[in-house]
Design a protein around this ligand. Sequence first.
Ligand code: HEC
Ligand code: HEC
Length: 274
Amino acid sequence: MEPGSNIKRSLVTDLSNISGWVIVSAVLIALFFIVFQLVSPFSSVASLEVHRLAGKQLALGGRADIPACASCHGLQGQGNEKTAIPRLAGLHPDYIKKQLEDYARSPLKTRAAVEPIARDYIKTPRTYGDLTVFTPGIRQHSSMNKLARMLSAEDRHNLAVYYSELTFVAAPKAYDFETLERGEDLALRGKPEYGLPACDSCHGPRGQGFGAIFPPLVGQPVAYIIAQINHWQTGKRDNDHLALMRNVADQLTDGDKVNVAAYYDNLSYSVNRE
Ligand code: HEC
Ligand code: HEC
């Protein structure tokens, strides 16, 4: 027998022992992650419920100086046609959060934070002379500005969770054929001869919204849709990523606004997130 072969052998058994332990601990770690994966959905559902309930309390009951959202947006977050107040029920939670952040932002602060270099292409481009700057947008409305500034990030999150989970059913309204036909033309075709894309190309099929960036048009009060397009035209609302909606609004006539809003008001629609 060669001297040293024992040493070699014991080294080999040591190594195989070590690799045994490595396998055992790898299996244990894998088991831990599998169990964690099984359990975590339940814990996140539970924490979602905590946020939803906190949002519900604020939305229906208000707090100190904060009035109940329901007093304007309705008990089911359904909005109000007469006062041109938007529906919040079933909107994407990140869209709701973004709007509350935009309302809370002060126009003065926005100017001070102007970025000379376009680092974040998702922000709103504003052109001053020959310089284009990218800044987060603002949305002006006296009562929503005042209110949004009183909300914490936690409040915004809770309210977004609560409203995004509410169900909503639209009651389609009748309009004359000509109005609907013109509205449908804008919604599905746009005005390609002027480079205006169809509303549905961004707002999704039947204007039902697409993700967090493109809100639904169907199920929003007609008066609200018309008012928002007007606000883009006058610059009161200036918070859309890449000025996507501003460029559209700039090309719409008063007749277009009425026709297209009527078209969406005539569609049946329901959102049920349960
Ligand atoms: C005094 C009435 C009033 C109260 C109270 C109120 N809102 Fe509003 N809200 C409005 C009006 C009016 C608008 C549309 C304003 C505009 O033209 O930008 C609006 C718009 C919004 C929007 C934008 C929706 C969209 O589709 O872009 C969100 C989100 C919102 N409100 C959330 C809330 C929340 C959350 C609360 C409670 C903390 C609340 N509002 C309380 C009147 C109110
Ligand atoms: C190129 C993409 C694009 C097209 C095309 C487009 N929009 Fe929009 N629109 C947007 C974006 C993005 C927003 C959300 C802006 C924000 O973040 O607040 C928006 C928001 C709106 C809102 C406000 C909704 C709310 O809940 O506050 C209305 C109303 C609207 N669009 C109407 C229209 C109509 C009508 C057309 C067709 C004539 C149209 N849009 C076409 C991108 C588009």
